[in-house]
Design a protein around this ligand. Structure first.
Ligand SMILES: Cc1ncc(COP(=O)(O)O)c(C=O)c1O
Length: 395
């Protein structure tokens, strides 16, 4: 079946189509499974969600997986399952998406930022250690851009102070750290299946854990606190009754989403190989330019290759990050910024008394980072257009 992708990002005033930042790689299997789901008569949480959970748990090698409607929901439920509440502290990185810290605020606890390591751009274990207090209930590292954080260091630290490690693996479905798959490297691992992610269901997320009681808690908490979901109640012979055992949330994944996820998972390793090849092409093409490129990873580590981020230091590149981004936009190349450090946003400054100067490494990355287009759906010619445009601007 021939697939026709309509490029919603095309600019009708230019003849060249825009190179989108992260177009989803969707094949005919995803499309026909969604159609079958629509025709099945069961759209919300049901058999495909359960099948996707089992397949995902098997992929990462975790005993339990709970599908939800976002990584944000996965992080929130993991904090609650770890007993994080008002008065507690959660140590995390400022170089992340706001959801990582927003959910800490939702529990009533305080996010405590610690600076990042300049090589990995992940939470620096020494800085995290220095931020621990008797109120620390969880450590929340993010596998930034798909590079596994130092999970061993955080496990040791958490064991020493009775805290839980919750990993924000939104970028890191394929990641492996020292031979261990991400998803088995923390008490709770939280994944995102948002539209731009390596594995997408449009919106969606998953928590993996080896804690069966916590998995049961999260499944119930993700659906209003009801002890039995609709699929379980409508199975022949089952009771149609349910008990509400807690004031839960509306965080459940739908079968329509799981239909996409099942096929995304089957293609994940092939698409990761394509992302890795584009990454290597960028590395070769940009080596001669005055940009700082992503650092290589050690043997035994698999980088999920989610975001190809370059650092644009104006003094070396002769151009600021923002000007480079604007010049690329003029040439039809979409880029993105991951991330403006959280302590530079007004809410975090005002609520927690944070200011510029507190986390200098994160600030320097925040001011200079630019993410280039990366997707398994990119053709060789779009990869070349990105390479030529970057060279053209920096020439
Ligand atoms: C590091 C990080 N954590 C969490 C999230 C939230 O993911 P979701 O949109 O699935 O809730 C994102 C989203 O992009 C992210 O980049």
């Amino acid at each position: 079946m021939a697939l026709v992708f309509h490029n919603r990002f095309s600019d009708s005033t230019t003849t060249m189509p825009v190179v989108p930042f992260a177009p989803p790689a969707i094949g005919p299997d995803e499309i026909s499974e969604v159609v079958s789901t629509l025709e099945s008569g069961w759209l919300s949480t049901g058999p495909r969600v359960r099948q996707f959970e089992r397949a995902f748990a098997q992929y990462v090698g975790a005993p339990f997986a709970v599908a939800v409607n976002s990584c944000t929901a996965a992080l929130h439920l993991s904090l609650l399952a770890s007993g994080v509440s008002a008065g507690d502290e959660v140590v995390t990185t400022p170089l992340t998406f706001c959801a990582t810290a927003n959910v800490v605020v939702h529990t009533g606890a305080t996010p405590v930022f610690a600076d990042i390591d300049p090589h990995s751009l992940n939470l620096d274990p020494d800085a995290a250690r220095a931020a621990l207090t008797p109120r620390t209930k969880a450590i929340l590292p993010v596998h930034f851009a798909g590079r596994p954080a130092d999970v061993q260091a955080f496990e040791g630290m958490a064991a020493g102070c009775g805290a839980s490690v919750i990993e924000d693996a939104a970028h890191c479905v394929e990641g492996v750290s020292d031979g261990r798959h991400i998803g088995t490297t923390a008490r709770f691992s939280c994944f995102s299946f948002y539209a731009t992610k390596n594995l997408t269901t449009g919106e969606g997320g998953m928590v993996t854990t080896s804690d069966e009681k916590a998995a049961d808690f999260m499944r119930i908490a993700s659906l209003h606190g009801m002890d039995r979901d609709a699929w379980a109640r409508y199975t022949p012979g089952a009771s149609a009754q349910y008990d509400v055992v807690m004031p839960g949330f509306k965080y459940n994944m739908m079968d329509i989403q799981a239909a996409i996820g099942l096929h995304q998972l089957r293609r994940l390793d092939a698409r990761h190989a394509r992302r890795t090849a584009i990454w290597a092409e960028y590395d070769r093409a940009f080596r001669s330019l005055p940009l700082a490129l992503p650092a290589p990873v050690d043997a035994g580590t698999v980088h999920a290759r989610h975001l190809y981020t370059v650092l644009v230091d104006e003094a070396t590149a002769g151009i600021s990050r923002d000007t480079l981004q604007a010049r690329l936009r003029d040439r039809g190349i979409s880029t993105s910024i991951h991330f403006r450090a959280l302590h530079l946003h007004p809410y975090y400054q005002e609520r927690f008394g944070l200011r510029r100067g507190m986390f200098p490494v994160a600030e320097s990355v925040s001011d200079t980072t630019l993410s280039l287009p990366l997707s398994a759906a990119m053709t060789p010619s779009t990869v070349n257009r990105v390479i030529e445009a970057v060279h053209d601007v920096l020439r």
